[in-house]
Design a protein around this ligand. Structure first.
Ligand SMILES: Cc1cc2nc3c(=O)[nH]c(=O)nc-3n(C[C@H](O)[C@H](O)[C@H](O)COP(=O)(O)OP(=O)(O)OC[C@H]3O[C@@H](n4cnc5c(N)ncnc54)[C@H](O)[C@@H]3O)c2cc1C
Length: 284
């Protein structure tokens, strides 16, 4: 493993906000996890940081990166084991090369495979669990084991991994033949036309409430374009918050509070964050 002390986290969140962490550890082998978990406190597992807002003070925390778990192993035709740290779009490229179908609707999501599995990420009617057959984890008893999909509780943007604090080591996918490149190109164009990809952001900020869309509610409430300090509710996609260059953790927290308060008062709907917020005192 590689261990860095007093490590600046800003570059590890796609919002480009983040303070100085006590430690940043890059795991190189899954057998190191036991030692890391048993000898550190206040641990946060980090993938690509595309869904994670990090506090910008001094963080008495250890961030653990699984980015080196990035192997793709084809066990047999249609069965592919993928390391949790792999950038999801590298998996899409592998599927293209090997003519596998099933996850095209997710193309362009900038997260790691582990980040997507953790929260059952998805887009345009598909989710990562559609194609998963099993996952390999480091569990709450500090054991490495494999669990089949049918034994995992998951739903819209939720998995039991979140409550159990499991560390995802790899995911095994079951794919059919027939990569749909046309679909990927269409989805990527849609993302570029609808999302403010030119500015730091964390994707959709709030989960969609039942039967509605957070973006619609925020827009209708007249909040589009609202700025607090360097943070802004995107004009292009009102469920995205963008960093206009010098946003602080407090600016973004204040925007979150404003949106939640306004939507509650206007529509009696309690919006819930989809993004993950890491405060200095966060614990596993
Ligand atoms: C422009 C943009 C568009 C986006 N579009 C979408 C979209 O369409 N659909 C969607 O679902 N999301 C979307 N997102 C959000 C984000 O990309 C996904 O949620 C992605 O799954 C996060 O992956 P990550 O590796 O960046 O996770 P991180 O932000 O690093 O971490 C997210 C959570 O996963 C946990 N985690 C990460 N790796 C592991 C691991 N190995 N073991 C255990 N826990 C782990 C972390 O502890 C954290 O709680 C978008 C984000 C951006 C910036």
């Amino acid at each position: 493993m590689k261990v860095f002390e007093n490590y600046v986290m800003k570059q590890h969140s796609n919002m480009k906000v983040g303070g100085v962490a006590k430690k940043f550890i890059v795991v190189e082998d899954k057998n190191e996890l036991k030692e890391i978990i048993e000898n550190n406190e206040n641990i946060f597992l980090l993938g690509n940081g595309t869904n994670t807002l990090i506090d910008d003070g001094n963080l008495d925390m250890t961030f653990v990166s699984t980015k080196n778990f990035n192997e793709i192993k084809e066990i047999e035709r249609g069965v592919v084991e993928v390391g949790a740290g792999l950038d999801f779009n590298k998996l899409i490229a592998f599927m293209n090369k090997n003519n596998y179908t099933g996850l095209e609707n997710l193309a362009g999501i900038p997260g790691s495979v582990g980040g997507l599995v953790y929260m059952n990420g998805g887009a345009y009617g598909s989710e990562i669990f559609d194609c998963i057959s099993e996952i390999e984890i480091f569990d709450e008893n500090h054991e490495i084991r494999r669990i089949k999909k049918e034994d995992i509780n998951f739903s819209y943007r939720h998995t039991e991994i979140q409550q159990k604090n499991w560390i995802i080591i790899s995911a095994t996918f079951k794919f059919q033949d027939g990569f749909n490149l046309k679909k990927v190109i269409e989805i990527q164009a849609l993302r570029e036309s609808k999302q403010p990809l030119d500015l730091p952001n964390l994707g959709s900020t709030f989960k969609n409430p039942k039967g509605d869309f957070s973006a619609r509610l925020i827009s209708e409430a007249g909040l589009k374009g609202t700025m607090i300090g360097g943070a802004q509710i995107s004009e292009k996609h009102p469920n995205f918050i963008v960093n206009r260059g010098n946003a602080t953790f407090e600016d973004i927290s204040n925007i979150l509070k404003l949106v939640k308060k306004t939507i509650k008062e206007k529509y009696d709907i309690a919006l819930e964050e989809e993004i993950i917020i890491v405060k200095g005192e966060q614990r596993r």
